[in-house]
Design a protein around this ligand. Structure first.
Ligand code: NDP
Length: 327
């Protein structure tokens, strides 16, 4: 039996947490032979902590053979202690009439604290994955507080956008979705992100040879993927928590699987025109478990370049809103 790994999850009693924790405990994220200890972190409010108690009771009741312990806490120094993976799901939602700058600043405070604590108490091999929105900028903020852990350890999730794009291409081409490959997400996890359809393949052919309707690729396809979250809220009256949780399972699973090629928001080093020091979605190849290299060789046409510039502009603006907080 392998030694259990410690997986810290913030916002553990939230909607995404409710779908996510059971998948982690069942082995979907780290494999069927990897035991886990779940370190569940919630905001210090009675309602949230009471809800967390209920979630922990349900985890107990599943009798997962791989689940070797559950920590419940509102104290990040307890929750992140020794954590090998820190999944930052909790974030303050945008309230009615709230400006983007205020949302960024409110979340900035949370992610500054979490970045500091993770750097101080998490395991030496700690990896951090951010889901709480605005995920790219929250990730950048947390990473900015770390002195021990290098910035490459901090990633943000754009995998849900990749999964959505893959499915939309498969539906349009009328093929099984496993036959759609190499569709990668660039930029911000927001409606400005860009799924680079020109590099995708369908049944081994360039996607643009199979789907020749360029107006669809540049119009309804991008719009459907970019605004999918809002469409789901409009349809079910609640956010896309289950598919977000599933995407985080995919994000981490791919990051611990050498050879996997997938979309992750990582620190920019200037590739694809992204400003250095924003966290932007890009294609990566996992090298060894938990480590990756950015694939920098894709050529972009003028349309793609204009979309990359737009999503980069948004990331730079978000960073500017919080610049005074992270110095
Ligand atoms: P959810 O679990 O539904 O969402 C959590 C975060 O994930 C939000 O920021 C949400 O962004 C984001 N997200 C990213 N992608 C998606 C997606 N595709 N669909 C839905 N959400 C997505 O939120 P809840 O409000 O149910 O739960 C949040 C929990 O976090 C609460 O229990 C709260 O107490 C806790 N919390 C904990 C903190 C802490 O540990 N310090 C701090 C703040 C909150 P968006 O808002 O844009 O949907």
């Amino acid at each position: 039996m392998k030694t259990p790994i410690r997986v810290a999850v913030t916002g553990a009693a939230g909607q995404i947490g409710y779908s996510l924790l059971f998948r982690i405990a069942s082995g979907a994220m780290f494999g069927p032979d990897q035991p886990v200890i779940l370190q569940l972190i919630e905001a210090p409010f009675e309602k949230a902590l009471k809800a967390l108690e209920g979630v922990a009771m349900e985890l107990d009741d599943c009798a997962f053979p791989l689940l070797k312990g559950i920590v419940q806490t509102a104290d990040p120094t307890v929750g992140f202690k020794g954590a090998n993976w820190c999944l930052l799901v909790g974030a303050k939602p945008r309230g009615p009439g709230m400006e983007r700058a205020d949302l960024l600043k409110d979340n900035g405070k949370i992610f500054i604290e979490q970045g500091k604590v993770i750097d101080a108490v998490a395991a030496a091999d700690a990896r951090i994955a951010v889901v709480g929105n605005p995920a790219n900028t929250n990730c950048m903020i947390a990473a900015s507080q770390a002195k021990r852990l290098p910035p490459e350890r901090f990633t943000a999730m754009v995998r849900l956008d990749q999964n959505r794009a893959q499915t939309q291409l498969a539906k349009k081409a009328n093929v099984d979705l496993t036959e759609v490959k190499d569709i990668f997400i660039y930029g911000n996890h927001s409606p400005t992100m860009f799924p680079a359809y020109a590099h995708a393949s369908i049944q081994g052919k360039l996607a643009t040879r199979v789907i020749t309707d360029l107006a669809w690729l540049q119009g309804p396809f991008l719009e459907t993927v970019g605004k999918r979250g809002a469409a789901i809220i409009a349809a079910r009256g609640a956010s896309s928590a289950a598919s977000a949780a599933n995407a985080l399972v995919d994000h981490v699973r791919s990051l611990v699987t050498p050879g996997a090629v997938h979309s992750v928001a990582v620190k920019s080093n200037g590739h694809y025109g992204f400003d250095a020091n924003v966290w932007a979605g890009m294609p990566v190849r996992t090298t060894t478990a938990g480590s990756y290299e950015v694939i920098t060789t894709y050529a972009m046409d003028d349309f793609a370049k204009s979309r990359l510039a737009a999503t980069n502009k948004e990331l730079v603006e978000e960073r500017a809103f919080v610049a005074d907080m992270i110095q």
